[in-house]
Write a new protein. Structure first.
Length: 278
């Protein structure tokens, strides 16, 4: 089982450069083109922030690019919402459900909806977790992969503590002891691995840009260059995760950089309310 895992495409209504001088359509097309020779793919998955502005035009462009890539290979294209997405436009534009179950060769992929409208952090509400529990009550022949946007793990820095999933313990309680073999997420625009209830969790780097943690402490540096992950399941040692980088002459160049004072102000705006309200 091989999945091409993308995240954070951030397409907008109009084509052309965004405020960082990056054309999101070009970034997405570049990584798909450079992944064109990957053999044996069974699915392509985009874990949120599909659109940057929630526009119908952005979803149509993603569906055209990712959909064509999937159709050429006869594989499904799966999507989840992110904090920049708009639910009605997402479902209408992509033909995707907010939550779904897809079984491929005995491997079950469950997509979840961690979007909290108007907020940057994520949350999985009680109704969705109850539904997930009911689905997981019956194991899949080759196990289950969960896919959603906001990571339930994070490094010990203010940005990741603030922007991740607000209720990872609730999710951990649901998946503990089940057939969940892997959790795939995005949102942080960097690669990160950790465990939740003993289950591997992977954060794939962004398509539109990548966060460079070698920047000054407390600040944020985003660099150019589209990335993705090749996920392999069902082999010895799996899950196997390999990061792919598009061939881009501008890769590694600074897209934007915020100092510690600017980031502190942004984090104060993004901080979750207590209690969380959807």
């Amino acid at each position: 089982m091989r999945i091409l895992h993308l995240s954070d495409t951030h397409l907008t209504r109009a084509a052309g450069p965004n405020t960082d001088g990056i054309d999101p359509r070009e970034s997405l097309a570049r990584i798909l083109n450079d992944c064109g020779e990957l053999a044996g793919l069974d699915a392509v998955l985009v874990t949120g922030d599909v659109a940057d502005d929630g526009s119908a035009e952005a979803y149509a462009a993603v569906r055209s690019l990712v959909g064509a890539f999937a159709a050429e290979r006869g594989i499904p294209a799966l999507y989840t919402t992110g904090n920049h997405d708009e639910r009605k436009a997402f479902t209408a534009g992509l033909g995707a459900e907010l939550t779904s179950v897809t079984v491929i060769g005995g491997h079950r992929i469950i997509t979840l909806d961690s979007l909290v409208p108007g907020r940057v952090y994520g949350h999985l509400d009680d109704e969705q977790l109850l539904w997930l529990r009911s689905v997981l009550a019956t194991p899949a022949p080759q196990g289950t992969v969960l896919a959603f946007h906001h990571p339930p793990i994070g490094l010990d820095n203010a940005v990741q503590r603030t922007l991740g999933l607000t209720n990872p313990d609730d999710l951990a309680e649901v998946i503990h002891g089940t057939d969940v073999r892997l959790v795939l997420t995005g949102h942080f625009h960097l690669q990160l691995f950790g465990l939740l209830a003993g289950v591997p969790v992977w954060v794939t780097p962004g398509v539109v840009n990548r966060i460079d943690l070698t920047g000054p402490p407390g600040g944020e540096r985003a660099v150019r260059g589209a990335s993705a992950t090749l996920v392999e399941l069902g082999r010895p040692g799996s899950p196997l995760l390999h990061v792919l980088h598009a061939r881009d002459p501008h890769a590694g160049r600074t897209a934007h950089e915020h100092d510690a004072e600017t980031m502190a102000a942004l984090i104060a705006q993004w901080r979750p309310e207590v209690p969380d309200r959807r």
